[in-house]
Write a protein that binds this ligand. Sequence first.
Ligand code: ASP
Ligand code: MG
Length: 413
Amino acid sequence: MSLIVQKFGGTSVGSVERIQNVARRVVATREAGHQVAVIVSAMSGETNKLVALADAIGGESPSEREYDVLVSTGEQVTIALLSMAIHALGHGAVSFTGSQMGLRTDSAHSRARIEHIDADRIRKVLESGAVAVIAGFQGTDEQGNITTLGRGGSDTSAVAVACALAADACEIYTDVDGVYTTDPNMVSAARKLDRISYDEMLELASLGSKVLQIRSVKFAMQYDMPIHVRSSFHDGEGTWVVPEGDVMEQLVVSGVTYNRNEAKVRVADVKDTPGMASKIFGPLAEAGIVVDMIVQNVSNDGSTDMTFTVPKADHERALEIASGLSASLGDLRVEGDPEVAKVSIVGLGMKDHAGVAAKMFEVLATEGINIQMITTSEIKVSVVIDEKYTELAVRALHQAFVEDGAEEPREDS
Ligand code: ASP
Ligand code: MG
């Protein structure tokens, strides 16, 4: 008998009818002879409503502990309703909050990390033949305080539970059919991938595609847990996220993504001496600002410049901090530009193909798009461009690499 973990996101449990649909799907899996543990999100919009309530109460520094007590309640509603819906179909189901199931986290409220899962209680329920219905997104710390795992955290709960139970697979049911080669809302020729490696998925997830919470993919990778991302509205196969060795068709480019959520900061006239980078980026790190791309120029006349990107929400603060360093570090020139976008191509096959970056630059040049910054990793090339060309760049790159270039055979190294 196999053990399947199924996770249903907010849209999939967004109404009573939808919860009843989920119950039917869970029961069908159970009747097919599998043990089933289900992880659910709050009904769609509920977590946002709870966050808005906290904001409405206001106060100088809202207690992080109470924030988690509040926002974790959305999932508690869903586990109860889904369990009742399964009972109505004549099957056993037992609901678990994070605390009841023994999901232990650290004490970093609203962004807690999972430390340990005591899967015994769930296992007993599964062995009795019932379905375990588990609240995603929540756990408790050592002192028993309720914690939450960050927005979208139910994905991580699901994969972590699957790993703790040594499940055969973790199915993530969502409102899209799977992982696409690019945003299907932007490019109608986007196609669903059958399989994708953990590494590619991590790049895609961190580059702004919102199908899975990044940490869930890291968990899966660590434990080799296959994830099946699929639609909760029909039965079709979705996308399997699997170890690299299980991806047969290693595409040169399997995805084109974009992120409009970054802003650019340029610090010019930086003295070209040891320690300058740490003096500039140290204070940004202390302020909790996450810097993404960094480009430093070769020095010219003993000075250089550094350009980097930060989340748009931190742009003003990053500019203030960098400008504030001017006095102690010599006259720095600080300029910002929030109207940028990062566009990236990702693919395992890049590892053993030459000329992928060159082709990307050529495609952008043909469209008359100026490249402001470039970074690369083994399986990714990213560029920063003027935000207004985002769609044009994504369409052109998808056309060149996925629609026209998909046939390219893989050269084994
Ligand atoms: N309900 C939480 C959220 O909206 C967790 C999740 O859905 O994954 O972020
Ligand atoms: Mg989600």
